[in-house]
Design a protein around this ligand. Structure first.
Ligand SMILES: Cc1cc2nc3c(=O)[nH]c(=O)nc-3n(C[C@H](O)[C@H](O)[C@H](O)COP(=O)(O)OP(=O)(O)OC[C@H]3O[C@@H](n4cnc5c(N)ncnc54)[C@H](O)[C@@H]3O)c2cc1C
Length: 421
């Protein structure tokens, strides 16, 4: 016998998109349950950038002050080094936002913070270690999900199911939605190196000798991304760990000794880069947001930003109709209409950067790359650095929280259960 649960909205996936949507809907008085298949938010590095626009959302919700008390590093500009020339490519200090920096914070801290805030609303429930295994369909509409929880199977009925379960979401196929793949020329190998107090404090990308290295300042360590041509993992591994360490040391000599910290390939994780999107983000009773609707390239580090903006737009559009029992497929279509253009344009810009900068760098195995024309412009006209800062820090369409908080339901009680039939 499976447990039966009835809510107004069931969000599958407790990543940045799903957790923020859960918080926003609960704040608007919608009965919402978020399902997360893992027992906690502690996972390998999945992107730790909290962008100015996400910080602005925190500000609108009155949560910014508490949020910024969590340990984080502030990055005010992004720099790259191409063949020995250093260029500031984005300067966030002029953004018209409350915070003019990217906050680097482990994603689990960000998600735990959102979970704590969301749990203050009695209409919010987070079910960890609960994996959605299938959709429930009746009379041509999606009316819930089947899940496997800690105590066995659960059947969750909802007026709206939101798939916020990331780029590998299997629910999309089940819903019969078509995925358009746009390809990507690279994959990224991620690992950590210790960071010393004297190391330069900012985020940095190095393009040289057919290689690209990204260094992200995580306080006590560097998060390092080594970009490789797509499909070349086995070749890199086949050359051995010493060759791997040497190719990184040639780009960043300061790291040479620390590269011994990589003791085996177990210490190096692969991010398979892909850019894709759903042609249609919704079906009756079902909506996809975040990576599940559109996987982004790591160029610009905007995946979390877009997932958060999707969540804000979705809650603005669906919260009231759900509460009033008048949600229709038109509302779900409106979410796609609102978010599709910025998503497509961001992906197009990412593909442009991949073609103009990443692909040629990876192809020029030994030569020193020339500074790309776009970067030369940024050197000569510093004012232009505000453009990438806007694209990365705010995005092409900024979403403001428009749903009012329902007064009188906020509570300090934690983990109030949803109705169980
Ligand atoms: C190595 C790496 C580095 C990255 N670096 C950056 C970066 O620097 N900046 C940036 O902005 N973005 C980065 N990204 C991308 C970023 O992590 C994603 O764009 C962002 O997390 C998308 O958020 P989301 O909520 O849509 O999905 P996700 O964060 O993928 O969350 C989906 C959640 O759903 C859960 N889930 C999946 N299936 C089920 C199921 N059936 N039932 C229940 N739960 C389920 C998963 O466990 C997960 O918690 C990186 C990604 C990776 C992998």
């Amino acid at each position: 016998m499976s447990e039966k649960v009835s809510v107004e909205c069931c969000v599958v996936g407790g990543g940045p998109g799903g957790m923020l949507l859960g918080l926003l809907l609960a704040r608007a008085g919608v009965q919402v349950v978020v399902l997360e298949k893992h027992a906690d938010f502690l996972r390998d590095f999945r992107g730790d950038t909290v962008h100015p626009s996400t910080l602005e959302v925190m500000h609108q919700l009155g949560l910014l002050e508490g949020f910024l008390k969590l340990p984080h590093r502030r990055v005010y500009e992004l720099r790259v080094r191409v063949g020995g020339t250093e260029v500031t490519v984005a300067d966030f200090s002029h953004l018209p936002t409350k915070c003019r920096f990217i906050a680097f914070m482990p994603q689990w801290d960000f998600l735990n913070f959102i979970a704590t805030e969301a749990r203050r609303y009695p209409s919010f429930t987070l079910r960890m270690r609960t994996e959605a295994t299938g959709l429930i369909q009746e009379a041509g509409a999606f009316v819930g999900v089947r899940a496997q929880g800690t105590d066995g199977p659960v059947e969750i009925r909802a007026s709206l199911v939101v798939g916020a379960n990331g780029r590998q979401s299997e629910l999309r196929e089940e819903a019969g939605l078509e995925i358009e793949s746009l390809g990507a020329p690279m994959d990224v190998m991620w690992f950590r190196l210790s960071r010393l107090p004297d190391d330069a404090p900012q985020a940095m990308g190095t393009f040289d000798r057919g290689r690209i290295l990204i260094l992200l300042d995580r306080g006590e360590h560097w998060q390092v991304g080594y970009v490789i041509p797509k499909g070349s993992l086995e070749q890199v591994r086949g050359a051995g760990l010493d060759a791997f360490r040497e190719s990184i040391a040639r780009l960043e000599p300061f790291a040479r000794e620390r590269l011994r910290e990589i003791q085996s390939w177990e210490d190096v994780k692969l991010l398979t880069v892909r850019i894709d999107r759903l042609r249609q983000w919704y079906r009756p009773g079902l909506l996809f947001i975040g990576d599940a609707a559109h996987a982004m390239s790591p160029v610009g580090g905007v995946g979390i930003n877009l997932a958060v903006q999707d969540a804000v737009a979705a809650s603005n559009i669906v919260a009231e109709p759900i509460r009033q029992g008048r949600l229709t497929t038109d509302h779900l279509r409106s979410v796609q209409r609102r978010r599709e253009l910025p998503t497509r344009m961001t992906q197009r810009l990412q593909i442009l950067m991949q073609d103009q900068i990443v692909r040629p760098t990876l192809a020029a195995r030994e030569g020193r790359p020339r500074l790309p024309a776009a970067f030369r412009l940024l050197v000569h006209v510093p004012l232009l650095r505000r453009v990438p800062a806007w694209l990365i820090g705010v995005g092409l369409r900024y979403e403001r929280v428009r749903t009012p908080a329902v007064v009188g339901i906020r509570t300090e009680e934690v983990g109030v259960p949803v109705t169980i039939e």
